[in-house]
Write a protein that binds this ligand. Structure first.
Ligand code: ZN
Length: 297
């Protein structure tokens, strides 16, 4: 069976984004509700030295969902949002190869008469917190779903107290996005979605994460690879690491290409890597390519 993708007249390559994100304030990433407590998603793990830990988590599937929504809600020049213009939403994706959202993130139509699958070529990884800090539980006066004014205006609302957990601010989350066999224009979509999603990660309010900085040189902890052949090491942080300084120095060490240490842009045969500020500029350039060629067209 073929992939269903049309032949591209532009070169297809692989792209990776690696970053360490930092919670700018407390974050609620809903998981389940237990006896009036809204729980956040956590992962259980056993470290290399045998410790059992529970860590906060920005799950790759949640981050992917936020990125896809950013594309669906992106403002098109016509006055429509991109998803409305493409007739592409969640869960009703259009699954057309010419849709910038489905051609990268994938699409699925289950309706029997026009069933169709478009394989997503962007995958998301990481998200396990570095610090071993338990979520904090806070009392809230009323569940947001009960804040709506009743239609007849007569019903009296008694505030229903409930508790909600939050990931604490300042937690670091190493994450990565990988794009398989896509063109530069496709990666423009991926770059736009990645950057645009950062301030919108979280369920409810407040929301938002930032790309953490390396405090030694004020550079963002960010790496972008564009390649046919992988080189060097992938800056992926072990979930066993609980010390933020170790995580940052691991990330910096792994992102250095041997014999090109201290260089922020390395070009080798079939491989290019941008690190720190140059990586951010590269992502922003791709992002504006998406705006010019998709949103402003
Ligand atoms: Zn679509």
């Amino acid at each position: 069976m073929t992939t269903g993708l049309e032949k591209s007249n532009k070169a297809r390559l692989h792209f990776d984004i690696y970053a360490i994100l930092e919670g700018s304030q407390e974050l609620y990433l809903g998981h389940e509700v237990q006896v009036n407590v809204n729980m956040v998603e956590i992962v259980k793990l056993s470290t290399r030295d045998g410790q059992s830990l529970e860590k906060c988590y920005i799950s790759p599937t949640k981050r992917r969902g936020v990125e896809r929504r950013c594309l669906i809600w992106a403002p098109h020049k016509s006055g429509e949002l991109l998803g409305d213009k493409q007739k592409c939403g969640i869960p009703a994706t259009c699954a057309k190869t010419e849709c910038p959202i489905c051609s990268t993130f994938g699409g699925l139509i289950t309706e029997k008469s026009k069933a169709r699958t478009l394989i997503g070529r962007v995958t998301h990884g990481g998200g396990v917190a570095i610090q071993n800090i338990d979520p904090e539980e806070k009392q809230r006066a009323m569940h947001p779903s009960r804040l709506a004014t009743p239609k007849d205006g007569k019903e009296k609302h008694t505030p229903t107290p409930f508790k909600r957990q939050y990931n604490q601010p300042g937690i670091l989350y190493p994450v990565s996005n990988h794009a398989l066999s896509i063109t530069d224009q496709d990666f423009a979509t991926v770059a736009y979605a990645f950057l645009d999603a950062l301030p919108r990660i979280g369920s409810g309010n407040p929301k938002g994460v930032a790309i953490a900085e390396n405090q030694e040189n004020n550079q963002p902890l960010l790496v972008v690879d564009r390649y046919l052949v992988p080189r060097g090491k992938r800056p992926v942080i072990s979930p066993s690491v609980t010390d933020p300084q170790t995580a940052v120095s691991d990330f910096v060490r792994l992102s250095q290409i041997p014999e090109h240490a201290q260089e922020n842009h390395v070009e080798l045969n079939h491989f290019e890597r941008w690190i720190g500020d140059t990586a951010l500029t590269k992502l922003q350039d791709y992002s504006s390519m998406f705006v010019d060629n998709i949103l402003q067209k």
